[in-house]
Design a binder for this molecule. Structure first.
Ligand code: PLP
Length: 417
């Protein structure tokens, strides 16, 4: 063995790509061990909403670590968890009355799927089928992969994945086909839930669809009595311009998954929020009906303290104004390159901007590593999805840094094609 023993995620070590060491971060800037300042244009995998090392989140973590680091959460509780749960219930649509903690976006999805199936079983109407949207991504654990798109990244694990019903993505001009397919699939029976990424399918390629379609999909599920799970792991916390993407369609899901920006991106934490009927289906004197899920670090106090600080920032600071300004500048920068040769499919929503660089599509596009290297050489953390380049920066990024990212994108085709 040579070099580091660390095995990195979604990394082909055999390609020998450099793996920089980051020693410090602040706002939208990362500082590497070899003295470079790198602009974090993707919020370190879409988590860092307010910027790295926000002083209020840092203080909350430090303070909590000195008082209570960890406590079993089955049968015990603590103030940070209670505060976060109360604040979430107060902030989000009133129908979402219950908060279940876990540790990552993937586990929040696992919990959502288990809640949905448990709901139907405990009502003595067992249902098994889950409907999903084409091109979706919900995480890399087994259940989350099962409800996500199939491809090279999960083909080896196919024997572990369960069957789902896939509804075509509502591409422009094809929205009615999506709605019809959903209506038919719901009517076929045995459908426990439909899980969707609201408005933007992230890892599937930053694919955006209109709020009206989200609203209509919700209405179809409501009419059919199918639970509606909104996975806002990426879209939540202002990414699409509103606190939740669902807001833009006036949609309230039965189950909501949140993670990433829940702690401002500082430490791992997730919640799955549910309506009262879903909680009540698990409630009673019968221990066999309880919700059978836990992990050692459920509602870790330090993570909850960070989440409480994030919620306080949302309460006290003009976060949505920052997002609106960022969204305007990004949309304007994107519009400048949209029609240039070498580019196609410019799209943006809120703080998310994406464009396809002409070249082989798909996750394993040969253009991907070349684009990655192109941005790395310019001290930019941009991690394309195949030939799709996207920007999803922390909300505190300043104009100069944002322009540097978009200048590099604008020059990419000429440099690479
Ligand atoms: N759901 C969505 C919509 C996501 O974008 C992601 C991650 O990117 C996940 C779930 C999985 O989250 P995590 O990587 O924290 O497990």
């Amino acid at each position: 063995m040579s070099g580091s023993p660390v095995w990195h995620p979604f990394t082909q070590h055999g390609l020998g790509e450099p793996i920089p060491t980051v020693v410090r971060a602040e706002g939208a800037a990362l500082h590497t061990a070899d003295g470079r300042r790198v602009i974090d244009a993707i919020s370190s995998w879409w988590v860092t909403t307010h910027g790295h090392n926000h002083p209020r989140i840092v203080a909350a973590i430090r303070d909590q670590a000195e008082r209570l680091d960890q406590i079993i959460f089955a049968g015990w509780t603590h103030e940070p968890a209670e505060t976060v749960a109360r604040d979430l219930v107060a902030l989000l649509p009133p129908a979402l009355t219950r908060v279940f903690f876990s540790d990552s976006g993937s586990t929040s999805v696992e919990v959502a799927l288990k809640m949905a199936l448990g709901y139907w079983l405990n009502r003595d109407e067992p249902r098994h089928r889950i409907l999903v949207l084409e091109h979706s991504y919900h995480g890399d654990t087994i259940g989350a992969m099962s409800v996500g798109a199939r491809g090279v990244f999960n083909q080896a694990y196919a024997p572990l994945l369960f069957d789902v019903g896939t509804i075509p993505f509502p591409a422009q001009g094809r929205e009615q086909a999506t709605l019809d397919a959903l209506e038919r699939a719901c009517a076929a029976g045995d459908v426990a839930a439909f899980i969707v990424e609201p408005l933007v399918l992230g890892a599937g390629g930053m694919l955006i669809y209109p709020p009206q379609v989200l609203g209509q999909m919700r209405a179809i599920c409501m009419r059919a009595g199918v639970l509606f799970i909104a996975d806002e792991v990426m879209t939540g916390w202002g990414r699409t311009g509103t606190l939740l993407a669902c807001e833009q369609a006036g949609v309230v899901p039965d189950i909501l998954c949140l993670s990433k920006g829940l702690t401002g991106g500082a430490v791992p934490l997730a919640v799955t929020m549910a309506t009262e009927p879903i909680f009540q289906a698990h409630y009673g004197q019968d221990r066999a009906r309880m919700f059978f899920h836990s992990s050692s670090y459920t509602a870790n106090p330090i993570a909850c303290a960070a989440a409480a600080a994030n919620l306080a920032i949302w309460r006290d600071e003009p976060v949505l104004d920052r997002i609106a300004a960022l969204a305007r500048r990004q949309a304007e920068r994107l519009a400048r390159v949209a029609d240039r040769p070498g580019f196609a499919g410019a799209r943006s929503l809120g703080t998310i901007a994406a464009i396809d660089v002409e070249g082989p599509p798909g996750y394993l596009s040969t253009l991907g590593p070349r684009l990655l290297e192109y941005f790395r050489a310019r001290d930019l953390l941009v991690r394309p999805l195949g030939n799709t380049v996207y920007v999803m920066p922390p909300y505190c990024i300043d104009d100069a840094d944002l322009d540097a990212v978009h200048d590099a994108i604008a020059a990419a085709p000429a440099a690479l094609l």
